[in-house]
Design a protein around this ligand. Structure first.
Ligand SMILES: C[S@@+](CC[C@H](N)C(=O)[O-])C[C@H]1O[C@@H](n2cnc3c(N)ncnc32)[C@H](O)[C@@H]1O
Length: 196
């Protein structure tokens, strides 16, 4: 459902998202990484403002997203230091590992039964000492909601389970903010973790 819905709203999404601000949390995440550090942006959407911001800070960004139209728009901007690939996170294969992984507003779209599979995969893709930053839903469960005239699926697991999954996969939670509000935005949970 989500892939089809994002393909349908890709242009309106870009129009809206490309003029939105970069969260201070993403600014702080970028500051933790050195010049030319490699970053994986999971569910990168149309590439702006997030991947574009990371690249402007001298990071090498690989953005993946399963919605072809979102990636088409991301690629069309020819942002230096970025590559954008069409891929479902769960099918994504690479020999590369990353110094930072970001999933801004994407994990909450993953199927509930696959939520626990995120963490071993992300931990494998992350270098030791590397950072993982992601947003997450605040309520255990799943639901659908309309956005921009289309229907979207959302899911989340308990924050205690996220902590346990991160630790079981060699990652330490550095910060976990519930009900994060910034300007006119609200996110149920924002998590920063580091691979040991
Ligand atoms: C709310 S948008 C966020 C986009 C971008 N991170 C941003 O901040 O503008 C969620 C994105 O996640 C992508 N997505 C959802 N499930 C995915 C999956 N299983 N694999 C890859 N991308 C996915 C959607 O296509 C969509 O572009």
């Amino acid at each position: 459902m989500n892939r089809e819905s994002y393909n349908k709203i890709a242009e309106i999404w870009a129009e809206h998202r490309h003029s939105s601000f970069v969260s201070q949390i993403i600014v702080d995440f970028a500051e933790k990484l050195s010049l030319n550090a490699k970053v994986l942006d999971i569910g990168c959407g149309t590439g702006m403002p997030v991947a574009g911001y990371l690249a402007s800070k001298g990071l090498l960004v690989t953005g993946i997203d399963f919605a072809e139209k979102m990636i088409e728009i991301a690629q069309s901007q020819q942002i230096p230091q970025t590559q954008f690939l069409v891929s479902d996170f769960f099918d994504f294969e690479t020999k590369e590992t990353f110094d930072g992984i970001l999933a801004w507003d994407s994990f909450f779209h993953f199927p509930k039964e696959k939520q626990a599979m995120i963490y071993p995969k992300v931990a494998r893709l992350l270098n030791s000492g590397g950072y993982l930053l992601f947003t997450h839903g605040d309520d255990d469960g799943e639901h659908t909601n309309p956005m921009m005239g289309e229907e979207f699926y959302y899911s989340a697991i308990l924050k205690e389970d996220i902590i346990q999954l991160l630790e079981a996969n060699g990652c330490e939670v550095i910060d976990m903010i519930k009900d994060y509000r910034e300007k006119d935005t609200h996110r149920g949970l924002v998590v920063l973790a580091q691979k040991k």
